[in-house]
Unconditional design. Structure first.
Lengths: 96, 485
C-alpha cells in the first residue's frame, strides 16, 4: 500500500529547493523506504531487546573538566563575516 | 474578573535551567556568563563537521538530583535524540536533546499557594544543550527591523535541563508559586544559579481554557518571553482572560505561540506553527545510551540536601506556624544554621525564628552585612532568647543587646552588662524608686485614688525614667498598684 507523503513539506523542513521532477523522484524513494519500514514493523519482535545503538556499550562519559577552547581569531577567520568577536549573519527572524 | 466566572484554565509550565557545571555538556569548553563573545568555543559546540560529543558525567548526576528532588522516577536507561531545526544560533542544525526516554519522569512538586498546598505533577525532566546567543542588530534592536544578526557561541552546548509540568496548574498565582518553588529547589541543589534576568532559568507556559466541568481540554496556546515571576503571573492572567474573551465573543482560540510584551502587558501571536513531527527526532548516533543503575542512583540520592518542603515540615514540627516556617525556610543558609544551632542549644523555636527573620535580618540589611560575616552564633541567640523570657532584659533592650552582639562586643550577657541593659528585677530596689516617684507626684496619687486608673501608666513611666528604663515593667506595675491601694 503506497504511503502518503507531503514531500514538499519534507523538503521545506530540510531547506532543500527541489524541482517538480526531483520531488517526484524523492517521493517514490522515500515511499519505498517507508514501505520497507512498515514491513519490519509487522515482524514479531516481542522476544528482541530494544537497541538504541549498534555499539554494545553504554555510559561513555567525560569528567567535568575545562579544556582549552579554540583561539577566537582562528575561529572567526573561518566565517564569511565577523565583527567585534561575533559572527555576523543575515537577519534571523523567529519562525521565518 | 466576572467574565471568568464558570471558566477554568489548564496550565502547564516548561522550565529550562542551565546547569552551572565547570565545562559544557558535550565538550570541555568553559561554562561562563559574561565572557567576551566566542571565547569558549571548540569544534563540538560550534557544530563543525566531524566533531564528536562526549557527555559530561556531572551533568547527568545533576539532572538525576533534580529528578529525585522532584519525586521523579529515574530511567535506568535513557537515550539522546537529535531535534532537527534551522536557526542561526544552532550551528549543527540539530539540538541534542531527549525524546521518548528522558532521564526523569513522573514526579511532583508540592507548592504552597495562599495557605493551601497544591500538588503539581512533573511530566518529565530531560537533558539537552543550550543554543548560542543571537543579537539582532538594526533599528532599536527590534527583531523584525533587524538588518543583521550577531552570534556568540559561548552558551552553545551549556548543559540545559528542561522540566515539564503536567497540566495541573489552574491559576496565575499557582503558576508563579510553582516557578518560585522550583527555583528554590534548584538553588538548594546547587546545580544552577537559576538567574531569571541572565536567562539561566527561563519559563514558557502552555495555557488553555474550558468551561468548568468540561471533560476535554481547550486549544492550547504557548506563551514565551516571561523574564520574571511577576511577568509570568501577569502573562498567564492576561492570556486566560484573552482566551475566555475570544470564546465568549464568538471567536475561537488558535493553537499558536504567543510572545509576552512586558511593557504593553499583552501577548502577541507569533504565527509560528511547529508540530513535534516537524523536528524529525531520531536517536543521536554519536552517543551511546546512559545507564543510571541502582548503585549509581543510590549514590546520587545520598548527596541530596534538605529540600525546601522538607525544611518547612521540620520547622512546622518545631511549632512554627506555616507562614513563619515558610519565611525562615527561605532565609539565608547561614542564618538558618544559626537558628538550628539555637534550637539545639535549647532556645524556644518560635522566639528564635522571630529573631532570625525579624531583627537579625533587618540589622544585616541596615548595616549591609553578609549573614556569614556576623559573629552571632546559635548559642548566643539561645542566650538572648532566654534573657528576654527570664526578664533579664526588656524586649526593647534586647534589640540593643543584639546590636552589640552583631558589632562584635561579645556574648549577650557581656553586652547587656557592658551597655548597662540588665533589668532591675530586685523588688527592693524597684520599691525604693516607686516610693520616690509617689512622693514626688502627690496629685497623680490623688487622681488615682479618685478612680482615674489610667494615671498608673504615667507613674510607671516615671519609675522607668528614674531607673533609666532598667526596671522590669511588670514588677513596677505590681508594686505601684500594691502601694496605691
Amino acid at each position: 500500500m503506497p504511503i502518503d507523503i507531503d514531500i514538499a513539506h519534507v523538503a521545506r523542513l530540510a531547506r532543500l529547493a527541489l524541482t517538480e521532477e526531483e520531488l517526484e523522484g524523492y517521493r517514490r524513494q522515500l515511499g519505498d523506504i517507508l514501505e520497507h519500514a512498515a514491513h519490519v514493523q509487522d515482524l514479531d519482535t516481542s522476544s528482541v531487546t530494544p537497541t538504541a545503538h549498534p555499539l554494545g556499550f553504554v555510559n561513555a562519559f567525560r569528567d567535568d573538566e575545562v579544556c582549552p577552547s579554540l583561539e577566537r581569531a582562528e575561529v572567526l577567520a573561518a566565517a564569511p563575516e565577523a565583527r567585534e568577536g561575533y559572527f555576523v549573519v543575515p537577519p534571523a527572524l523567529e519562525g521565518s | 474578573m466576572s467574565v471568568l466566572e464558570g471558566w477554568e484554565a489548564v496550565i502547564g509550565i516548561e522550565v529550562h535551567v542551565e546547569l552551572l557545571t565547570q565545562s559544557k555538556m558535550f565538550c570541555g569548553c568553559k561554562v561562563g556568563f559574561g565572557d567576551e563573545p566566542n571565547m569558549n568555543v571548540c569544534p563540538t559546540c560550534l557544530g563543525l563537521p566531524g566533531a564528536l560529543p562526549v557527555p559530561n558525567r556531572t551533568a547527568i548526576e545533576w539532572i538525576s538530583k533534580i529528578g529525585m528532588a522532584l519525586n521523579c522516577e529515574i530511567s535506568e536507561t535513557s537515550v539522546f535524540h537529535r531535534k532537527n531545526y534551522f536557526y542561526a544560533d544552532l550551528p549543527k542544525n540539530y539540538q541534542i536533546s531527549q525524546f521518548d526516554i528522558p532521564v526523569c519522569h513522573d514526579g511532583f512538586l508540592d507548592v504552597a499557594v495562599d495557605g493551601d498546598t497544591v500538588r503539581i505533577g512533573i511530566e518529565r525532566a530531560h537533558q539537552e544543550e543550550d543554543t548560542g546567543k543571537s543579537l539582532h542588530m538594526g533599528e532599536g534592536g527590534r527583531i523584525h527591523a533587524a538588518t543583521e544578526t550577531l552570534l556568540d557561541f559561548n552558551r552553545s552546548g551549556v548543559p540545559l535541563v528542561e522540566i515539564v509540568s503536567k497540566p495541573d496548574i489552574r491559576t496565575a498565582a499557582q503558576a508563579r508559586a510553582y516557578a518560585q518553588e522550583l527555583r528554590n529547589v534548584i538553588l538548594e541543589l546547587d546545580v544552577s544559579d537559576a538567574k531569571l534576568e541572565e536567562g539561566s532559568m527561563r519559563f514558557d507556559a502552555n495555557i488553555s481554557v474550558r468551561q468548568e466541568g468540561a471533560p476535554e481540554f481547550g486549544t492550547k496556546v504557548e506563551i514565551k518571553n516571561m523574564n520574571s515571576f511577576r511577568s509570568l503571573e501577569r502573562a498567564v492572567a492576561y492570556e486566560i482572560e484573552r482566551q475566555v474573551d475570544e470564546i465568549t465573543s464568538g471567536g475561537t482560540v488558535i493553537q499558536e505561540t504567543r510572545h509576552w510584551d512586558e511593557e504593553a502587558g499583552v501577548t502577541h501571536g507569533m504565527r509560528t506553527k511547529e508540530g513535534s513531527s516537524d523536528y524529525r527526532y531520531f536517536t543521536e548516533p554519536d552517543l551511546v545510551p546512559i545507564v543510571i543503575d541502582a548503585t549509581w542512583q543510590a549514590e546520587i540520592r545520598q548527596s541530596l540536601p534538605e529540600l525546601p518542603a522538607e525544611r518547612r515540615a521540620r520547622y512546622a514540627d518545631l511549632g512554627l506556624d506555616p507562614h513563619l516556617a515558610g519565611v525562615l525556610a527561605g532565609a539565608d543558609a547561614d542564618l538558618r544554621a544559626v537558628f538550628d544551632h539555637a534550637v539545639d542549644a535549647g532556645a524556644d523555636a518560635k522566639a528564635a525564628a522571630i529573631w532570625i527573620t525579624g531583627e537579625v535580618t533587618a540589622w544585616l540589611r541596615r548595616e549591609d552585612t553578609a549573614p556569614g560575616d556576623s559573629p552571632l552564633t546559635g548559642e548566643w541567640l539561645a542566650a538572648l532568647v532566654a534573657m528576654v523570657s527570664d526578664s533579664k532584659v526588656s524586649a526593647s533592650a534586647a534589640k540593643d543587646v543584639l546590636d552589640g552582639v552583631m558589632r562584635g562586643e561579645g556574648a549577650p550577657e557581656a553586652v547587656a552588662e557592658g551597655r548597662d541593659l540588665i533589668q532591675i528585677s530586685d523588688a527592693g530596689a524597684i520599691a525604693a524608686a516607686v516610693d520616690e516617684v509617689l512622693a514626688a507626684n502627690p496629685d497623680a496619687v490623688e487622681r488615682y485614688q479618685a478612680g482615674e486608673q489610667k494615671v498608673v501608666g504615667f507613674l510607671v513611666g516615671q519609675v522607668m525614667r528614674a531607673t533609666q528604663g532598667k526596671a522590669e515593667p511588670k514588677l513596677v506595675n505590681e508594686l505601684l498598684r500594691e502601694k496605691l491601694s
